[in-house]
Design a protein around this ligand. Structure first.
Ligand code: ATP
Length: 238
C-alpha cells in the first residue's frame, strides 16, 4: 500500500532521516517506535508531502508520490492525524468532522456526510454528545478522538498517526489504542508513530524502530516485544 525507499531528510545540517525504507501493507497496523527526536514526525510529514526528502522515493499503491503536493496526497487517500492535532478550535466538533471530508469534494459535489459522521460517532460516542461544542474547549483526549474522527471522514486508504497518546492520561490512552485496534478489525491501514512502545507493539502487526533517523530494528510486533533491547530502551528495564 505505502512504501518508502531509501528516504533521507535533512534540515540544514541536521540529518533527520537516513536511508529509511519501510512498507505498510493493506489492512496492517505498522508501528514506528522511537524516542524524542528519532525522526518519527519527519517521516510522517514526508509521507504527507509537508517535508521534502533529499533522496529516495515514496509510493502509494505503486504510484510515485515525491512530486505530488500534499493536498493531492490527501485526495489520493493519505490521511494524517498530526501530533498537534491541528483542529479548527473555534469551530464545532461536527464542523471539524465535516472538514475532514473536504478532500473528497474534488471528486465531484460534496458527498453525503451523514453516514460517515454516524460511523465516527459510533466509534467515539463522546463526540456525538459534544457535537456542537467548540473544538478548543474539548479535553486533550476528546481532541485526539476528534482528530482521528476527522481523518476517518476522508475515507482514507491509509491513516498516518503521529503520537496519538502524547500528553494523555493512561485511561484515555487505553481508549485511543482500543479504537485503533477496532479500526484495524474494520480493515483500515495504519502507520502509527509512537514513543509508547508497549501499547503500540501490543496492537501492531509489524513494527520498525527508529533511532537517530535510522531504522535499527524491524519485524513482527510480537517478536520485537521479546527483544531485550526494546524493553531496555523504552521500558527502562535492566
Ligand atoms: P518527537 O517525539 O520529540 O516529536 P520525533 O521522533 O517526531 O520526535 P522529529 O520531530 O522528526 O522527531 O525530529 C527529528 C530531528 O530533526 C530532531 O533532531 C529535530 O530537532 C530535527 N528537526 C525536526 N524539525 C526540524 C526543523 N523544522 N528544523 C530543524 N530541525 C528539525
Amino acid at each position: 500500500m505505502l512504501e518508502l525507499a531509501n528516504i533521507s531528510v535533512s534540515y540544514g545540517f541536521i540529518s533527520a532521516l537516513k536511508d529509511v525504507s519501510l512498507n505498510v501493507d493493506e489492512g496492517e497496523i505498522v508501528a514506528l517506535i522511537g524516542s524524542n527526536g528519532a525522526g518519527k514526525s519527519t517521516l510522517i510529514n514526508t509521507c504527507a508531502g509537508l517535508v521534502r526528502p533529499g533522496g529516495g522515493e515514496i509510493r502509494l499503491r505503486d504510484r510515485a508520490l515525491l512530486k505530488t503536493p500534499s493536498y493531492k496526497r490527501a485526495e489520493l487517500g493519505i490521511a494524517v492525524v498530526p501530533e498537534n492535532r491541528r483542529l479548527f478550535g473555534e469551530m464545532s466538533v461536527r464542523d471539524n468532522l465535516c472538514l475532514g471530508a473536504f478532500s473528497r469534494s474534488s471528486m465531484g459535489r460534496m458527498p453525503d456526510l451523514k453516514q460517515d459522521i454516524e460511523m465516527v460517532f459510533a466509534l467515539f460516542p463522546r463526540l456525538a454528545e459534544r457535537q456542537s461544542q467548540r473544538a478548543m474547549t474539548m479535553s486533550g483526549g476528546e481532541q485526539q478522538m476528534l482528530a482521528i474522527g476527522r481523518a476517518l471522514m476522508s475515507r482514507p486508504q491509509i491513516i498516518l498517526m503521529d503520537e496519538p497518546s502524547i500528553g494523555l492520561a493512561p485511561k484515555i490512552v487505553a481508549r485511543i489504542f482500543e479504537v485503533i485496534r477496532q479500526l484495524r478489525e474494520q480493515g483500515k491501514t495504519i502507520l502509527l508513530a509512537e514513543q509508547n512502545a508497549a501499547a503500540s507493539l501490543r496492537i501492531a502487526d509489524r513494527a520498525y524502530v527508529l533511532e537517530l533517523g535510522r531504522i535499527t530494528m524491524q519485524g513482527k510486533a510480537s517478536e520485537l516485544w521479546e527483544q531485550d533491547k526494546i524493553r531496555k530502551l523504552y521500558l527502562g528495564e535492566n
